[in-house]
Write a protein that binds this ligand. Structure first.
Ligand code: DON
Length: 307
């Protein structure tokens, strides 16, 4: 019998199509010029069945959705103590690009905001690795989550790094507080490259499904990160992944999630599935408007809420 899932997903896309509220991110010129009408959704189950509808071939930059995966790599490479010494796990309640450093330690509050993710970027790979080796480790790691080789979108990178004044300020503060121990511009450059990796909704659904499947890619069978790392990563996604909308998200949708300013959004339902949506117009928190609507609908239709 034909699966009803593709029809359900197509109908879900139709139900949000008319909503044109929100706006594409304008602080990264290349994203401001993106076609705002594209819309796509993908599901990948924990046993590797994949479904998608809409503009599934559209590729877009991963942006902040890279953050949980790079955090997971840092935990796997350096261990919990070293990473927790430099990045906390408390929701900031502030926008993703605020400083949000703890008063006494100077640590960024969590690894989902920019300050925390610039820090996590510097902790991926072996200690003392050269920046290009560290970047290779990140691309290899994120590619293992996605089950295929990911490539950078150079135009997005160039466009963002030219105007990354805010992230440079964050990195300078991190350096001043001895949270990162390298040239702040090197850290911001690597972090911005990480955010410029190009993905599709199918890639993101499989990446999320790998988290939902305790760190084993359900399509390739590759173990990517250990279960303890997945638990930590999903926990910070649940509490901090949607920034200053994390509480609203957790009460209304109820699964660990992460958004990106290019319009991607992922959710991981442990033991069940990874879900990804793509729609570039964002709300005031920097989360995809139609993506959030789709996830709300999935929760009410399928009872995804973990509580
Ligand atoms: O650092 C930045 O501002 C971007 N590269 C990523 C921000 C982002 O995706 C925020 N999420 N919604």
């Amino acid at each position: 019998m034909r699966s009803p899932i593709p029809d359900y997903l197509a109908e879900a896309l139709r139900s949000v199509e008319a909503d044109q509220s929100g706006a594409t991110a304008d602080y990264i010129p290349e994203l401001a010029n993106a076609d705002p009408d594209r819309l796509a959704v993908a599901f990948c189950t924990e046993d590797g069945r994949r479904y998608s509808q809409g503009d599934c071939d559209a590729s877009f930059s991963i942006q902040s959705i890279s953050k949980p995966f790079v955090y997971a790599l840092a935990l796997a490479d350096r261990g919990f103590d070293e990473v927790l010494d430099k990045v906390g796990v408390e929701p900031s309640g502030d926008a993703f690009n605020e400083m949000s450093l703890e008063p006494i330690t100077g640590r960024p509050l969590n690894p989902m905001i920019n300050a925390g993710s610039i820090t996590a970027h510097t902790l991926a790979g072996p200690r003392g690795a050269a920046p290009h080796d560290r970047f290779d480790r990140i691309v290899d790691g994120l590619s293992a989550f996605a089950g295929r080789r990911l490539e950078m979108d150079e135009a997005v990178f160039e466009s963002e790094i030219r105007t990354a004044y805010r992230n440079r300020a964050l990195a300078n503060m991190l350096r001043a507080n001895d949270i990162i121990d390298e040239d702040p511009l090197v850290a911001v450059t690597g972090y911005t490259r990480q955010c410029s990796l190009a993905v599709t909704v199918d890639d993101l659904a499989l990446m999320a499904a790998t988290l939902a499947n305790r760190g084993v890619n359900p399509v390739t069978g590759a173990p990517v990160v250990p279960p303890a790392v997945v638990r930590q990563t999903l926990s910070v996604m649940a509490t901090c992944g949607m920034y200053d909308a994390a509480g609203d998200w957790m009460t209304r949708v109820g699964i660990p999630a992460k958004s990106g300013v290019a319009g991607g959004l992922i959710g991981a339902l442990p033991g069940q599935a990874g879900i990804a949506t793509f729609s570039p117009r964002l709300d005031r928190h920097g989360n995809s408007v139609r993506g959030v609507e789709l996830f709300r609908r999935f929760t009410s239709d399928m009872g995804m809420h973990l509580m």
